[in-house]
Design a protein around this ligand. Structure first.
Ligand SMILES: [Fe+2]
Length: 516
């Protein structure tokens, strides 16, 4: 890996200095009032005694920049409980990431950075609790900048009751400008071509991070993030991606570049493996397992749903190490709720009614059924319940009773909830086009109803295929509730949203019930 980086760095930096690693169009988006902290501040991976804080400084010359940081318990930054100084250089695109330690659990903190005499905006963050009776997470995914405004991020930023934002990936999209006649884009990507090299990926993150709604969500809440495919290229897997062609360079190099940019720009814990797989401990009430179903070990997706390889036990989406880690962790967990942050739909979904060739989504866990079976077998064998899977990727809203063999009446009774060991909540896209943009709304609604038929998918309890927004997940000792906040529009800045779709699962009973 070190040799690979030497090659990439010499190619990227030999003739470049300062901020020249961005496409020059980025400067048109800068707010002069924020100089040199144009990209705001962010925090992430909250634990009981530590949290990551992040910023980026703008430098007009190639140099080493000292950056001071401080963290306090008050908004006036008077009761300082930690401070320090770090240095940043062009090697990290002048991003700054600090792991702040020795904090108190379940506590709100305020932090800021300083270069010379200039302060950054003050950020707010919160550590994870040891003992708590209540948690609330905003769950988001799929945020295509061209397709819409980030109204969902602004709604989340406006709330004061969020412990953390769980981001399930597609934080950026790799495409260039892709004009859409039917649904014209509301704004254009920078650069205007598909991102391939390190400068491209950095520019794309810079553009997204200059969106004021995303920037404010980062400033006010800690994020817990994983990547999906578009942080690399569409429908990616370990050894390639549908949207990576041989004339676009070496996949391993592109993957390494995309990972480097991700770790530079996201407030995520750095680690030698550059892995996003990790567990976050929310005390007695919840544990959160963040998965990588994309890059770490996933086998190539099957093109043909009838391919007999589908049931091959060697086909993997997590890989042996991650599967063992997940099973061992959840089987032995003493947390009341076991949350899994996951990219692609876990539950079985029979889509035969949409045409034989679309019977299953081979990009989701349905393309890797043997590994799913191994995980569920273990949960049932160890009498594990209260598992909540959080899913993004597919740009629609679904709620499933978490069951094995949903059409086997001996194993699952939709009325009584027999056989249910948890729930899967699928969050809609923040802005990315979905079925609602592809087809007239009435037709999309019809597709949703066909999929939800009891004879087809009895465990699918709620569906909305057309709206954008996010899920607010609310946990206490007795139940987990998911409320879908579905936006009026993403085609303009508009904060109107419906929150009438709200489903709960009770502790140990688990069957999903609609809230009135
Ligand atoms: Fe997506």
């Amino acid at each position: 890996m070190k040799l690979l980086w030497a090659i990439i760095f010499s190619a990227c930096f030999s003739s470049l200095t300062a901020q020249n690693f961005f496409d020059p169009q980025i400067t048109t988006l800068l707010n002069p009032a924020l100089k040199p902290f144009y990209f705001g501040v962010a925090s992430g991976d909250p634990q009981q005694s530590q949290v990551i804080i992040w910023t980026k400084v703008w430098s007009d010359a190639e140099q080493t920049i000292p950056v001071k940081w401080e963290i306090a318990t008050d908004t006036a930054m008077q009761n300082i409980v930690g401070r320090g100084e770090v240095k940043t250089t062009s090697a990290s695109a002048y991003t700054v990431k600090v792991l702040v330690k020795d904090l108190q659990p379940g506590t709100t903190y305020f932090y800021r950075f300083q270069t010379r005499t200039v302060y950054s905006p003050i950020g707010r963050t919160k550590t994870a609790p040891v003992q708590t009776r209540h948690l609330r997470f905003a769950v988001v995914s799929c945020c295509n900048y061209e397709h819409g405004y980030f109204n969902a991020y602004r709604l989340i930023a406006n709330r004061n009751d969020v412990d953390a934002v769980i981001h399930l990936g597609d934080y950026i999209y790799e495409y260039g400008n892709r004009p859409n006649k039917k649904h014209p884009n509301v704004r254009d990507h920078i650069p205007n071509h598909e991102i391939l090299n390190l400068n491209d990926y950095r520019t794309r993150y810079a553009q997204y991070r200059l969106d004021p709604d995303l920037q404010e969500a980062h400033r006010l809440h800690p994020f817990i993030t994983v990547w999906d495919d578009h942080e690399f290229a569409n429908d990616s897997y370990k050894e390639g991606a549908k949207n990576h062609q041989s004339d676009e360079g070496n996949w391993e190099e592109r993957k390494a570049i995309a990972k480097k940019a991700y770790f530079e720009w996201m407030p995520i814990t750095d680690n030698a493996e550059e892995s996003v797989v990790r567990k976050l401990n929310y005390g007695n009430l919840a544990e959160l397992y963040m998965l990588d179903t994309r890059i770490e070990e996933r086998c190539v997706q099957l093109i043909n749903v009838f391919d007999t390889l589908r049931s091959c036990t060697t086909r993997t989406i997590l890989g042996r190490k991650q599967t063992d880690w997940l099973i061992a962790g959840i089987d032995s967990s003493s947390a009341r709720w076991k949350l899994i942050g996951n990219q692609v739909v876990f539950s079985e979904l029979d889509a035969h009614s949409l045409g034989k060739s679309r019977a299953f989504n081979t990009d989701a866990w349905d393309g890797y059924p043997e590994e799913r079976k191994e995980i569920l077998d273990s949960f049932y064998r160890h009498d594990v319940k209260n598992v909540i899977i959080l899913t993004g990727d597919i740009h629609l809203s679904w709620a499933f009773d978490l069951v094995q063999e949903p059409k086997n009446k001996k194993r699952y009774n939709a009325k009584t909830g027999q056989g249910v060991i948890g729930a899967e909540f699928v969050t809609p896209s923040v802005s990315s086009n979905g079925i609602g943009e592809k087809f007239p709304r009435g037709f999309a609604n019809l597709v949703g109803l066909v999929l939800k038929r009891k004879t087809t998918n009895p465990h699918l309890r709620f569906q909305n295929l057309v709206d954008h927004g996010f899920v607010m997940l609310d946990l206490n000792e007795d139940r987990v509730n998911a409320t879908w906040h579905l936006l009026n529009t993403v085609r303009k800045r508009d904060l109107k949203a419906s929150s009438k779709d709200s489903w709960s699962t009770k502790y140990n009973a688990n069957k999903l019930v609609k809230e009135k």
